[in-house]
Write a protein that binds this ligand. Structure first.
Ligand SMILES: [Ca+2]
Length: 177
């Protein structure tokens, strides 16, 4: 899915995957959101939201559901985001997914039934299955950008990374090289 969606209101990001086969290391995928300063939108994140910090300092982003293994029905990780509540000092929010590497190297292609969906109300802004980044350990799935007029827009994208989750979280907002 491509294109830019404006006037997006409250957003939900949903991540799902199937558990590893019996005897294999658990597959632990993590939704990560990073918020960036308006005057340095591709620099270091002002803050991150993920499994170990599930609420943004300003309350605009919440990780509502967290999974370490993909077990259970429905979405395994769910994050909500309210762009219109963000302070004017922030101009960009990046959403990514990283795979924990504690049980040995694991890439998207090793994980069954991966899927990520970004929705605003009943409108789907993007959906992807990570097949285009099957050899990667992490990926950016989209970014929210505030225009000079103050309007937020969502840009779906899929950009693969080959790093551990901590490095990914620090670098996922950088400009593509
Ligand atoms: Ca997780």
């Amino acid at each position: 899915m491509s294109g830019v969606n404006k006037d997006i209101g409250k957003v939900e990001v949903r991540l799902s995957w199937d558990p590893s086969p019996l005897g294999a290391p658990d597959s632990d995928l993590d939704l990560i959101a990073g918020t960036y300063p308006a005057d340095d939108p591709h620099g270091a994140p002002a803050y991150l939201v993920h499994f170990s910090r599930r609420l943004a300092p300003d309350g605009t982003i919440t990780l509502n559901r967290d999974s370490k293994d993909g077990k259970g029905l429905g979405s395994d990780e769910v994050m909500t985001f309210e762009p219109d509540r963000l302070s004017a000092e922030y101009g960009r929010v990046v959403v990514g997914v990283a795979i924990q590497q504690g049980g040995g190297r694991m890439v998207f292609g090793d994980v069954a039934a991966t899927g990520v969906q970004v929705v605003a109300g009943y409108k789907e802004l993007s959906a992807d299955d990570f097949s285009a980044v099957a050899d990667c350990t992490a990926a950016v799935v989209g970014e929210f950008v505030r225009s000079e007029a103050g309007e937020w827009a969502f840009h779906p994208l899929l950009r693969g990374f080959d790093t551990d989750p901590n490095t990914f979280a620090r670098t996922m907002g950088g400009a593509p090289s």
